[in-house]
Design a protein around this ligand. Structure first.
Ligand code: KG4
Ligand code: ZN
Length: 348
């Protein structure tokens, strides 16, 4: 029999965060995260082998911390959910192996779930059941996608995605050009707060044939290059680079395109609710401009708090409880870690 409010443990290891979350029904009990981000800082990006080893070391302590803080015994759990993809192959494997071991040892079902669908489901913990359909804008270091979501447990339809760099990746690369630390998003956000939008940087795929061909796709690679060129020219002519103004102008170009395309997609598909998720959803200007443009277009906006936007285990547990509650069949015990799992596949 399906429990009314299933108690599900979620494990996330698709990138550099070891996340273990526990959810009962739609209630978040604990979200324990151990990050290896500091170990990658000097490389200016996540090093997969370093991240994989960090997951191995952090898994059991994080699991113990989650159970102790939530007052949950492993024997109380109804199911285990784990990110089976997409993500880094080696890091995914650590989480999937841990989840299989728990499922087998405890004799409870295992759900291998899609990382992107989990980024959408997490908002249930903060704002209650998802509207069906909801339009999801997922923006992080690894993905930038616009998704039409009639049902997060079974029906996720891609409308568009980045054709080159992810939005967070652009933040990280531009931060590096400006001499700001990794990961760059929060530093650019902070610097931009002291700056003015003085430079008109390009908005990729927003006009002419590009827009026709890529209505809901994104491109941030040209913008990143434009910023690097602008900064180089300033330095070459001996001028001091106005870091805060460059940060504000770059940030505006990114969030203008993201919100413009999200609102256009919602209108075109007759969807009245937009959800933003992923690490870049923590960006203060993105939140403000999305709020402004949604209000002007009669769209309700949902953005989880920043801690639930970045990668975590609670999002995986949140999707797991939805799958259990809707009677979805568990995954097989040989479920693979699938680094290129398609977004349309909610569960493997
Ligand atoms: O979702 P996440 O934690 O991990 C991935 O799946 O990538 O996202 C991390 C990304 C990084 O690129 C980081 O620079 C960006 O999110 N980020 C931000 C902000 N906070 C984090 N970007 C812009 N503004 C922020 N406040
Ligand atoms: Zn993510």
């Amino acid at each position: 029999m399906t429990p009314d409010r299933p108690l599900v443990l979620g494990i996330e290891t698709s990138c550099d965060e070891t996340g273990v979350g526990i959810v009962r029904g739609e209630e978040l009990l604990i979200d324990a995260v151990a990050s290896s981000v500091d170990e990658h800082a000097r490389f200016g990006g996540v090093v997969p082998e370093v991240a994989s080893r960090a997951h191995v070391e952090a898994m059991i302590p994080t699991l113990e911390r989650a159970c102790t803080s939530a007052g949950v015994r492993l024997a109380d759990l109804d199911a285990i959910a784990v990110t089976s993809g997409p993500g880094l192959a080696g890091t995914l494997m650590v989480g999937v192996a841990a989840a299989k071991a728990l499922s087998l040892a405890l004799g409870i079902p295992l759900y291998g779930v899609n990382h992107l669908a989990a980024h959408i489901a997490v908002d249930i913990l903060e704002h209650g059941p998802l509207p069906e359909p909801v339009l999801a804008l997922l923006v992080s270091g690894g993905h930038s996608s616009l998704l039409l979501v009639p049902d997060v447990t079974s029906d996720v339809r891609p409308l568009g995605a980045t054709i080159d760099d992810a939005a967070g990746e652009a933040f990280d690369k531009v931060a590096r050009v400006l001499g700001l630390p990794f990961p760059g998003g929060p530093h650019i956000d902070r610097a931009a707060g002291d700056g003015e939008i003085t430079i008109d940087f390009p908005r990729g795929l927003t006009s002419g044939r590009d827009l026709e061909r890529h209505r809901f796709d994104f491109s941030f690679s040209g913008l990143k290059t434009a910023v690097a060129r602008w900064v180089e020219t300033e330095r070459a002519s001996g001028r001091t680079v106005p870091v805060a103004d460059v940060a504000a102008s770059f940030q505006e170009a990114v969030v203008d395109v993201l919100t413009r395309k999200a609102v256009a997609a919602a209108r075109e598909h007759g969807v009245t609710d937009l959800q933003i998720g992923g690490g870049v959803a923590a960006n203060s200007r993105l939140r403000a401009l999305a709020q402004e443009r949604c209000a002007a277009n009669g769209i309700r906006l949902r953005v989880p708090r920043p801690g639930l936007c970045t990668d975590n285990g609670a999002m995986v547990a949140a999707l797991g409880t939805q799958l259990v509650a809707r009677g979805a069949a568990p995954s097989a015990l040989d479920v693979p870690a699938d680094s290129s799992m398609p977004v349309t596949l909610v569960q493997s």
